[in-house]
Write a protein that binds this ligand. Structure first.
Ligand SMILES: Nc1nc2c(ncn2[C@@H]2O[C@H](COP(=O)(O)OP(=O)(O)O)[C@@H](O)[C@H]2O)c(=O)[nH]1
Ligand SMILES: [Mg+2]
Length: 369
């Protein structure tokens, strides 16, 4: 009997506990819902959750081929100049027929790109004549004639850097301070040593203390020999020593770095002529006198080029810093006004940032969308 009472008590207590538990959980749920509402949290029921979208597996792409060394593309580095041309032609090439605005906009684009007034006038006069002769009426037609005109302007002159095997070759680099002579020498030294040539660098810029050190660092990096003198030493003696060293080592190529500044311009030009004569003591060795011009100086660079070209017989132009400027049109001005071919283009600060100038590639880079 007492067992029955105990069982009954347990059952009653159990039911009471269950009742309490259900009440508490209801209260807790109501509380949670209230808090959620207060906080603006939406209750998400399982039915609301959309199954995540799973993309079909993407087949692995083949790895990008390594960019070929020594060959940055002119097109990729000409960004700012391309933008000037694209700005002008983009508007024009919407199509339509030629009107006065067409010629004004073309003129503006060429001047903005630092083609310079004389060369711009010459180019546009020729284009207008062709357009009239061929009875061209559309802007697209003008663009074609303009491209052909620029390409033919750039065609004149040989662009190879002369360096026959089996003999000693000397390339001299001239130009004002800071244009990129030493950097260009480093780039070309790397290119030539990579082709199996033995290269001697002559640090004939003895005017600046750091100049020989800078060239020395590059020489080590690209695997060339360096001949240098003390600061303030006679640059002529450095060139003389470099020639002797190259002869005794049967080197293929001597690259002569020169100072870009002297006490006066006359001094500088006389110094350069003297260096040239020292090189010419070895008959036939002097193959190139390369004038280095900073493209970002635009028409100023052209004026410098004229001075140097008058003093030393320049065989080609190295146009540097074409990567950071919208003034790439200076290539046309130099070629048209000085008649000296642009042979090499600098498109950055590392030893690989060198492009051998190719007019077809240049025109394509300017006009291709
Ligand atoms: N962006 C750019 N910088 C260049 C180029 N060539 C040279 N430079 C930089 O121009 C500065 C002067 O170069 P440097 O070779 O010492 O000129 P140098 O006085 O004529 O020998 C350095 O900071 C170079 O890194 C180029 O093609 N592109
Ligand atoms: Mg230098």
């Amino acid at each position: 009997m007492s067992e029955l009472i105990i069982v009954l008590i347990i059952v009653v207590l159990g039911l009471a506990l269950v009742g309490l538990g259900i009440g508490a959980s209801r209260r807790a749920r109501r509380h949670t819902e209230q808090v959620s509402r207060d906080l603006g949290i939406l209750e998400i029921k399982p039915a609301d959750i959309e199954p995540p979208e799973i993309d079909a597996p993407v087949p692995a792409e083949p790895p990008e081929p390594e960019p070929e060394r020594f060959k940055p593309r002119l097109r990729d580095r000409l960004g700012k100049t391309r933008a000037v041309f694209a700005g002008a032609f983009g508007g024009l090439l919407g199509g339509g027929n030629i009107d006065d605005d067409t010629w004004d906009e073309l003129e503006e684009a060429l001047i903005l790109a630092d083609v310079g007034v004389p060369t711009t006038t010459r180019i546009l006069d020729d284009v207008k004549a062709r357009v009239a002769a061929d009875k061209i009426t559309t802007v697209d037609g003008v663009s074609g004639v303009l491209q052909a005109e620029i390409a033919s302007l750039l065609e004149a002159g040989s662009r190879t850097l002369v360096c026959p095997t089996g003999e000693m070759n000397v390339w001299m680099f001239v130009g004002v301070n800071g244009v990129g002579k030493t950097t260009t020498i480093a780039k070309l030294a790397q290119r030539e040593t990579a082709q199996g040539r033995t290269v001697v660098l002559a640090a004939a810029d003895t005017f600046r203390a750091a100049a020989a050190e800078q060239l020395g660092t590059w020489a080590e990096r690209v695997g060339a020999d360096l001949v240098r003198g003390q600061q303030g030493a006679d640059p002529g003696s450095v060139v003389f020593d470099a020639m002797s060293a190259a002869l005794s080592r049967s080197a293929d190529l001597v690259l002569v770095d020169t100072a870009g500044r002297m006490h006066t311009k006359v001094n500088l030009m006389e110094e350069l002529k003297k260096l040239r004569r020292i090189v010419e003591r070895t008959p036939g060795a002097l193959k190139e006198v390369l004038l280095v011009v900073d493209a970002s100086t635009g028409q100023n660079g052209l004026a410098q080029a004229r001075n140097f070209a008058e003093a030393v017989d320049v065989t080609g132009i190295v146009l540097t810093k074409l990567d950071g400027t919208a003034k790439g049109g200076i290539v046309l001005a130099i070629q048209a006004e000085l008649g000296i071919p642009v042979k090499v283009v600098g498109v950055g600060e590392t030893a690989d940032d060198l492009v051998m100038f190719d007019p077809t590639e240049f025109v394509a880079a300017l006009f291709d969308a």
